[in-house]
Ligand binder design. Sequence first.
Ligand SMILES: C[S@@+](CC[C@H](N)C(=O)[O-])C[C@H]1O[C@@H](n2cnc3c(N)ncnc32)[C@H](O)[C@@H]1O
Length: 224
Amino acid sequence: MQLQHVVPWGRNLKEYREMGLFSEADKEKKILGCGDGPASVNSELTQTGVVIISIDPIYEFTKEQIQKRVQETSHVVAKQLKDNKDNFVWKNIKDVESLIKLRLDAMDGFLIDYEDGKRSGRYQHQELPRLSFKDKEFDLAWSSHFLFLYSEYFDAEFHLNAIKEMLRVANEVRIFPLLDLNNARSIHLDAVLEYVDKKGYTYEIVKSDYEFQRGANEVLKIWS
Ligand SMILES: C[S@@+](CC[C@H](N)C(=O)[O-])C[C@H]1O[C@@H](n2cnc3c(N)ncnc32)[C@H](O)[C@@H]1O
């Protein structure tokens, strides 16, 4: 992975809760966050005693490298958001400035915790579709704003392999959103649901309290 191609963008625990990825009922669970990137969710949950490991290819880089990239890219993202304002729901988040502040605060929370978390193995440089963990090492594995969202860049085979791998290492998988970057239902969703059905796994698509990208308000939950 080359850092100059990455736009670091991270959400906080409140947002993970609203997406339906985490609730109080999950606090005793061992959690694997796939593609958590510069989100503050790991730091915030660890502080409350929840056991969570996050994996992401950007964890290959140092704190200074990620911090520099956040600073370089935040104004680019602000411009993109301003140019595409109608693609988003400005309800809980009032305007572009509030959004940028929310994201930078979340990424600060991540950066403050990053070196400590890396030393203790809470942030691991690994990437889907191959993980180093043992079968069913986790109760719950999630993906926020990675699987399905980048459907244009990651094909159906990647999605199937990634989700199979998450189901290998965890009892339950949760994925948000189910839309791609153009706000369309992911073209890989049907292939994934067909696979899940064929394997006899149970799944549910649940409405979330979170909707920022217009129409992205559902979470897929799969139990193996
Ligand atoms: C838009 S960010 C989402 C960050 C965080 N999950 C959130 O919702 O705030 C997408 C993340 O997916 C990560 N990613 C890219 N390829 C990946 C892979 N093969 N396996 C796991 N994560 C990957 C990126 O590095 C990036 O941190």
